[in-house]
Design a protein around this ligand. Structure first.
Ligand code: PEP
Ligand code: MN
Length: 360
């Protein structure tokens, strides 16, 4: 990743350069806090989209709900003084109107709004006729179609500059994270919309400064286009997300620790080795598919016999034994329980489908 005075790749989106760095406080709290945070960031970075929440979606009432549209003036002062682009969260058409009126450079739709198609549509309607760039955060729940649906509503409103922000998901088990990164879903988003810039909100995934570097590096390894990291001049007194915000100095060290990755390499040994290994992987994939087709044929034969003998398709004891057997074999081969379980469930579902189809 790149800091001030180092060469950055030109990229003409949001009039900004890649990687996109979206830094700034969770919430704008006071003019002093906003300006001091921006000044700290400007000491080490010049290619930044400055974020600050103006209207804060809080789970329960009574906590700090954001400073409201007065805070937009402080953001404008940041742009004036440090040349940063600006971004804030909008959850209603009214929020968007304030941002457009104030000429804020871009807005984002938050995770709690992306889950609600009515709200997204209301914002999309208000976006018509404007050309403000919009980021869409993933919905709180791991539902890819809600994320894609929100993007499509914004596209239909005529917005060309759209970015996606991966901020993790609220699952039953979030591991050490505040929000489970569930990287698979970000990869699936990427495969669906390879041209939409994808930014990792490492702060809301990590939930604590100590984990941000690890999350950000993992995101870079997955080829994201940028990072959002919440930065506050004095996180201990922050009015929202105080436990996860970092100081500008911490941010600068953190970005310096990250190892940049590129899509390819000019190293010939690496390239020929990669090609050889990929050929082997293709052979293994072909063999796996052939074996799976054989397995499905066997399941179909069993299905036909079950039908003749009026026996139920689902045999729960047999299924349990199959799973146990494979878990044991898989573990001696170094394959994880999560992987074996996921794979066998898919195979078993398909076998059941094949047997059910043979009944018709
Ligand atoms: C935020 O960025 O401060 C925020 C509230 O994010 P999210 O919508 O991802 O929870
Ligand atoms: Mn926050």
């Amino acid at each position: 990743m790149v800091q001030k005075d180092k060469k950055v790749e030109e990229f003409n989106w949001l009039g900004s350069k890649k990687p996109y760095y979206i830094f700034g406080p969770c919430s704008a709290e006071s003019r002093e806090q906003v300006m001091a945070t921006a000044a700290g960031i400007a000491e080490n970075f010049d290619n930044v989209i400055f974020r600050a929440g103006i209207w804060k979606p809080r789970t329960r009432p009574g906590s700090f709900e954001g400073i409201g549209s007065d805070g937009l003036d402080w953001m404008l002062e940041v742009r004036e003084k440090f040349g940063f682009k600006l971004s804030t969260e909008v959850a209603t058409a009214k929020h968007l109107e304030h941002c457009i009126e104030a000429e804020i450079d871009s807005v984002w739709i938050g995770a709690r709004t992306t889950v609600n198609p009515f709200s997204v549509q209301e914002i999309a309607n208000a976006l018509k006729g404007h050309d403000i760039p919009v980021f869409v955060k993933n919905p709180i729940y791991p539902d890819l179609s809600l994320w894609l649906g929100a993007i499509e509503r914004i596209q239909k409103a005529g917005i060309k500059d759209i970015g996606a922000i991966h901020r993790g998901f609220q699952l039953q088990d979030n591991g050490p994270y505040r929000n489970n990164p569930y990287w698979d879903l970000a990869i699936r988003f990427r495969s669906k919309y390879p041209d939409i810039p994808l930014i990792c909100d490492a702060s809301h995934i990590a939930g604590t400064p100590d984990l941000i570097e690890h999350v950000a590096q993992k995101a870079i390894d997955l080829d994201v286009d940028g990072l959002m990291i919440e930065t506050h001049v004095n996180p201990t007194v922050a009015l929202s997300d105080s436990q996860q915000q970092v100081t500008p100095d911490f941010l600068s060290n953190l970005i310096n620790q990250l190892t940049p990755k590129s899509k390819s390499s000019t190293n010939q040994d690496f390239k020929s080795n990669l090609e050889r290994l990929r050929e082997q992987i293709d052979c293994v994939d072909d063999a796996l598919l052939e074996k799976l087709a054989v397995r499905m044929e066997l399941a179909k034969k069993i299905g036909a016999d079950k039908k003749l003998n009026n026996v139920t398709i689902l045999q729960i004891e047999r299924w349990k034994r199959t799973l146990e057997r494979s878990l044991e074999n898989g573990s001696s081969l170094g394959l994880s329980t999560r992987f074996i379980e996921g794979m066998l469930h898919l195979i078993h579902d398909e076998s059941i489908r094949k047997q059910t189809d043979s009944l018709e």
